[in-house]
Design a protein. Structure first.
Ligand SMILES: NC(=O)CC(=O)C(=O)O
Length: 280
């Protein structure tokens, strides 16, 4: 099919894991009821976002949260990009996104590869690397609609990752993410439009809804950007479901009209990934 419906779920995340899991499941059901075939949940949807929370909310995969995601995908018959959860594996913690197909089968696991370590004086200092380890693989999955490249939040700042995905055939890039009140207004939309127009792909992000009393305040504004670089759907700060009908014919038209792929000067520069750097 040339068109399919995507939903991004900007959900309210609380400190009660069970509440977050059941909320995610019912929002996925609601999105499917509105015709969504691919649904994206936010970064850290089962736990508050912060280095002090990761170890106590961390789970093995498979575990409670990923089992709930698998059931949610199956009961709603959707492709489900399960935001991210703190994952524990062999004594290390990761910020991990799992993707399930409409039969509830695990399609991929992406561990955030660029950790969010920044220091903006007087504004925000955040060091994910104090508690998390980075993933080491690039991650794409196939649906009947299109190929999808997966990154988590800070991964969106690295243009090379998006380029590698699009050159491997991705037409949609999804980034569960939680920008904040400093970097959100400055860079969130700009980065998505940049990745979209550079690569002539759709870009979708899903953030936690804003909670002013949280230790890390999410900017919200989950959105979908088209291959022309236009924002086609966008949430505000509150909990919301955002829908977009993605049109692969439109994507092909944009690529034909502005044929940068064929015009690239491969004789002057190159972009490479490490052998074994791909999870699928
Ligand atoms: N939270 C993140 O991983 C990234 C972020 O907030 C930013 O890049 O800014």
């Amino acid at each position: 099919p040339a068109e399919f419906r995507l939903a991004v779920v900007q959900m309210k995340v609380t400190s009660v894991k069970a509440e977050n899991l059941s909320r995610a499941r019912s929002l996925v059901k609601e999105a499917a009821g509105q015709g969504a075939q691919l649904v994206v949940l936010p970064e850290c949807f089962n736990s508050p976002y912060g280095t002090s929370f990761f170890s106590s909310y961390a789970e093995k995969i498979p575990g409670e949260s990923t089992q709930t995601l698998s059931q949610a995908a199956k009961e709603s018959r959707v492709y489900l990009v399960g935001g991210s959860i703190p994952e524990e594996d062999e004594g290390r913690l990761y910020n991990t996104c799992v993707v399930f197909g409409p039969d509830g089968e695990l399609l991929l696991k992406h561990r955030k590869i660029h950790l969010f370590d920044i220091d903006v004086p007087g504004k925000i200092r955040f060091q994910e690397s104090e508690t998390l380890s980075p993933g080491n693989t690039l991650s794409m999955f196939q649906t009947p609609f299109c190929q999808v490249g997966v990154g988590i939040c800070y991964d969106i700042r690295f243009a090379e990752l998006a380029q590698l995905y699009s050159r491997k055939g991705a037409q949609l890039l999804v980034y569960p993410g939680a920008f904040n009140m400093t970097t959100g207004p400055a860079h969130w939309e700009l980065l998505q439009r940049a990745r979209a127009v550079d690569n002539q792909v759709y870009v979708a992000t899903a953030a936690p809804a804003r909670e002013e009393s949280a230790s890390y305040v999410s900017w919200g504004h989950s959105m979908v950007v088209n291959p022309w670089g236009e924002v086609v759907s966008k949430a505000g700060p509150e909990e919301a479901l955002v829908y977009a009908d993605l049109d692969l014919q439109y994507l092909a038209d944009v690529r034909r009209q502005i044929p940068i792929t064929a015009q690239r000067r491969d004789d002057l520069y190159a972009l490479t990934s490490a052998p074994g750097g791909w999870s699928s």
